[in-house]
Design a protein. Structure first.
Length: 277
């Protein structure tokens, strides 16, 4: 099936992209890597969109060290995240997450900003952003905004992005000395979406646990985090199972996803105790 679009325009720079979006009367869609959007267009899940192509904007690409944080441009591709030395040293959770994302062809085109803005509840990067306490940077014609990851994801494929805004970058705190970051997931086949997934970060201030593919959006398991901070692993597993409300579908039942979440938390804890980050 062929995509049905209402138009296409290639932006010269970020301001031009915002102006193009403003001219679409609400029908504009931002095209970055296109790995989710083009598939949706081809399946006619969305029609008549005016595509604003931002893929060539240099100001939205690359990784920069900003002292206590890393700034990651929204157009930085998954494969670039996986091999970037700054990411490996200061945000290894993101580097490890890329090994679970689909296949090489998609990792070579997909962008971290596109993944976060798309907000697929089964995707790795939105949960990583939550676990790392990232800040999402967006820009519109009225100016720039910073949105905490905890406030960004609202529902299935729904975020705090306003109409006409573009996600330009994310910033993540650089890992502290002794900090550990791991991601665990279970999928039917390598490259498939996870049946359940979990990110675990251990910092001096405490643990952060973010889950994906266990509900309508990525979520922080705050009760499990508190139990783990108190050294109660069994309590953390029990709290985690009680906090989530996973769906049942053709891939897995809610009960199985709840069971998997507990298994993944135990695996992640074992990796931290074994010194693997």
């Amino acid at each position: 099936m062929k995509a049905a679009v209402g138009g296409y325009a290639r932006a010269r720079d970020l301001r031009h992209a915002l102006e193009l979006l403003a001219q679409t009367d609400g029908a504009g869609r931002v095209l970055a890597g296109g790995q989710s959007l083009v598939a949706a267009l081809n399946m006619r899940l969305t029609t008549g969109d005016v595509l604003v192509d931002i893929s060539a904007l240099p100001e939205c690409r690359g990784v920069a060290d900003e002292g206590g944080t890393l700034r990651i441009g929204a157009l930085t591709r998954h494969a670039e995240i996986g091999r970037d030395p700054l990411i490996a040293a200061h945000a290894p959770l993101l580097a490890e997450a890329t090994t679970h994302i689909a296949h090489a062809a998609i990792r070579n085109r997909g962008t971290i900003g596109g993944a976060i803005a798309h907000a697929d509840p089964a995707a790795e990067f939105p949960a990583c952003a939550l676990a790392l306490d990232a800040v999402i940077h967006v820009e519109g014609l009225d100016g720039a905004r910073e949105i905490a990851a905890a406030d960004f994801f609202r529902d299935t494929f729904e975020t705090a992005l306003a109409e006409g805004e573009i996600l330009t970058a994310i910033t993540v705190p650089k890992a502290e000395a002794g900090e550990a970051q791991v991601i665990e997931e279970v999928a039917r086949r390598s490259g498939d979406y996870a049946l359940a997934g979990l990110c675990l970060v251990r910092r001096a201030a405490g643990h952060r646990i973010a889950l994906f593919s266990t509900g309508p959006k990525p979520m922080l398991a705050t009760r499990a985090m508190a139990a783990l901070d108190a050294g109660d692993v069994e309590g953390a597993v029990a709290a985690l199972k009680g906090e989530i409300d996973p769906p049942s579908d053709t891939q897995a039942s809610a009960a199985y996803r709840r069971h998997l979440a507990g298994v993944l938390l135990r695996r992640a804890i074992a990796r931290l105790e074994g010194g693997t980050r």
